[in-house]
Design a protein around this ligand. Sequence first.
Ligand code: B3K
Ligand code: ZN
Length: 863
Amino acid sequence: PVVKYRKDYQPSQYLIKNTNLLFQLFDDYTLVTSELKITRNPLDNRETLLPIELDGVELELVSIHLDGQVLDDSDYEKRAHTLIINKVSETFNLTTVVKILPHKNTSLEGLYTSSGKYCTQCEAEGFRKITFYLDRPEVMSEFTVRIEGDKAKYPLLLSNGNPVDRGELTDGRHFVAWHDPFVKPSYLFALVAGDLDCLEDTFTTMSGREVKLELYVDKGKLDQCRFAMDSLIASMKWDEQEFGREYDLDLYMIVAVSDFNMGAMENKGLNIFNTKYVLANKKTATDADFEGVERVIAHEYFHNWTGNRITCRDWFQLSLKEGLTVFRDQKFSEDMQSAAVERIDQVKIIRAAQFAEDSGPMAHPIRPDSYIEMNNFYTVTVYNKGAEVIRMMHTLLGKTGFRKGMDLYFDRHDGQAVTCEDFIKAMEDANGKDWSLFRNWYRQAGTPVLKVDLEKLADGHFRLNCEQSCPATPGQEHKNPFMLPIKVGFLNNTGHPVKFAETNDAAGVDETLLVMTETKQSFDIYCESDSLVPSLLRDFSSPVKLEYSYTQEELASLFAADPNPFNRWDAGQTLMTQMLMSETSKLTEDELSVVDNAFIKILNDEELDNALKSLAVMVPELNSLIGMSDNVKLDQLFAKHKQLKVHLGEKLEHTWFSIYNTTSGDTSGDRWLRNTALRYMMIANDEQHFELAATQQTHADNMTDELAALQVIANASEGYRSEYIEQFYQKWKEEELVMDKWFTAQVVNDDEAILEHVKALLNHEKFSIENPNKVRAVVGAFVAGNTSQFHNPTGQGYEFLADIIIQLNKINPQIAAGLAKQFNQWRKFDSKRQALIQEQLVRIKSLDNLSNDVFEVVDKSLQ
Ligand code: B3K
Ligand code: ZN
């Protein structure tokens, strides 16, 4: 495998001005004819014209013409992944015909079929599986596409842009031609052919243009589309209001497919989505599913400006579009839902997954320096930490300054393929800033640790002493300081928020933003109070690990009264985390009662909404506890985690019971709290409360409640559960997405025998190893969601995961590599588990035909 380095970047010597494609879809194969108008790149300053190297993978070359002439064998050379043409000039036309096999394509990259329809996935480097091309994002071309296929089987033939021609052919075939007026890189190309239902609507843009909106789904699913359409319309409006961005084509299409490697893809004018992020109605989708649909629809829509109109120069710059677009979708969700709840969800992802990645063998800066397989770098670091970096800019500049920077970025770079540096520069220039130091966020991997203490200098005068450091990561021993925006406020010794000032004579404020730019820095605080409890890093204002030696009482007072809802939640999490991660093998009675008392206060707080209450009374998830620390005693952690949950269930059983009986269940917050109560009650006594859960499952009129009941039932003692698991199955077996939930509910039971059941589910008629949603529902959910059984000391969980990775390596390398990342944290565990995991990694690495995707992950893990 070849490593590609960012430092080796050179502009492409050639560009493709026009791309003209003909797709002829036949039952067993597809012919792709491509006519490319190739010109020399004006940015190229090499002395001579080198042979052009087109990318192409698994293509059977049928014919090749240059400027209309058949090309001699000696003028080109076809290698495994490239087509090299020696006969070049400043401009020339190249025509190739290739044969591809979409039906046999299980990698779900390039052109493939999914339940009877054709679809594509080209990002990052999938277009080369369709035709020979300069498959790199800086090569932006104007596309014209003609698709021909059987009219009865494929009445719909879709591609990017606008339909410009259609007509009948012989043998029951027909064609449609498309033209996309906007230049684009090949990764944004899309094609769909099939027989689908369509939900139509329109949107009138701020300048008064009418855009047709079309949402395509499998036949019979129209009743699950309305929410996605409304989310699209809300996103279009929001981007106009917040960023002045208007949609540019006359048509916006979304197609939902069942077989998809990730969530969705922002192809110009023709988004292709995983059904999971389109189909939703109250009966089939949970409240969390609705939020997911809204977020992903918005994310892909926002890419039209941040990604498509302005794209990436090379794949090292991926965070340019992804970090920024995640930030935009987060802001959108904050406006649509509760901002605090949304922020808490975002931070949970950072702590559980990104911190883990940042401390493991695959740690990389948000702008990576090298990769073997680009698909391995669509990571929580590039996406979510990337979004945190953009958020810090927003925090530092304020809403208005940030908007100025965005406007300048759009003005300067519309229609271009640019770098992260160009983005920072636009932000700096629009606001007259020098952000040399801020750039360290783009260069350095690893999670900074921010250590803070509060010193009392005199009555009314305090000092916050801050120190930052960042652990070494692969290839980066020494780290320079980061620019850290730290939002702070204070409570006094009676647990009330107080005003304070940064200089002796200034007027008091409730909150301030401190900006740290050095390794060590102190900030003076003036406040008339005997003692203070600092509320630090409000809203998680920098993506760091905070260290402050809070006492349990201090945390309890922040949990009870911090006016910043995020920090209030966080105080509870920190309180429990400290206890769970301490050296002791069991929680003491005192510790347990600190938590249950704190919970009671939260549950009785009439000001707090039910969604925030639900979040506050959740014990930190095992994954996030593991993600945040470098050395984990798993058995001890599992025992204490269970002890705490059982205690909270039992001690507060009456409270849970009364919440369950008095909360209406009309809003998502109500349902959430009610189901949280049900979960705790079942932990306390599943025999006694079983009937409640069973009744809820049977009579629920929405999937949130129905699934919550199934989940607790599937975790209850054997003997009760099978009847209800079967009942759910009989009711929902024709709904693929509901079946995914049904699978997942059964694999998170921490029963010792669960692995056998997981294996049995792999043979279930509704399971398919070729469908990524199913793999995620069973294997992914077991590995990531059943932490204690995945890490069962026998090592069977590890062996199971390795078996699946080995099987998927051939079928779908991207999904296989994603699963292989689950081993990345192995050096945090005890030596016995380390040895067991290492054995599996070595076994995988020794495979013949190991894909680059999996190779890169296991090789780095073993280094
Ligand atoms: N840009 C795509 C992700 C492509 C992943 C390729 N392995 C979806 C998104 O981020 O919106
Ligand atoms: Zn994206």
